[in-house]
Design a protein around this ligand. Sequence first.
Ligand SMILES: C[S@@+](CC[C@H](N)C(=O)[O-])C[C@H]1O[C@@H](n2cnc3c(N)ncnc32)[C@H](O)[C@@H]1O
Length: 212
Amino acid sequence: MSKRSNDFDRIAPFYDILAKLVFGNAMKKAQTAFLDKIPSNSKVLIIGGGTGWILVELFERLSNVQVVYVESSAEMLSLTNSRLMKAWQAKVKFIHGNQCDIEQDHFDVIITHFFLDLFKEDKVSHIINTLKATLKPNGKWLFCDFELNNVHSKYWQKILVRTMINFFKLTTNLEANKLIDLREHLKSCGLKQVESRRFYKKMIVSCIFEPQ
Ligand SMILES: C[S@@+](CC[C@H](N)C(=O)[O-])C[C@H]1O[C@@H](n2cnc3c(N)ncnc32)[C@H](O)[C@@H]1O
């Protein structure tokens, strides 16, 4: 039987602990860096949101947003549900599935944090375009991911990325074989970067993109 790719069920209970062990607070800081830029009353799509702590951060800042939360891991979804109070659960539509399961909808904000790096290069543009079709023309795309700039990246960063890829290959059947230039893909799909911040010795980038 072939194993599902990018299957985070097995490591869901340990995912946040691992992220914190390796990166300290950097992944959290990067993912929350631009939450304050989300306009009130927004309809927000979060895809690949993991254990759901991002929802708590979001609702603590903005109580009047509606969220569609798309996650392919049942374990991640169950952890997400268990950390949300009832009033917040009512504001979230949970979809156990992937980018193909998003109904024709139009979002003010799309959040892809450490999600696009899961896929092989030949699939990434298609996924971006599928998601972009649901973004309003004046919408915002909050993107956060690892990045290696070949010229300036330190040797230890390259080793760390290779170790992470090998680890996730073993534990989740990760589809990607290498880290690609995701910001270039977003740009070539007609999105322009309007803000960015770097974290963890510039190895993590957090940005806001908007349709051109
Ligand atoms: C690397 S984790 C990142 C989790 C979270 N964004 C964070 O940074 O803490 C990737 C998440 O994407 C989910 N995922 C993988 N493929 C997916 C897909 N095609 N559609 C939706 N979620 C997916 C996984 O189950 C996992 O929770």
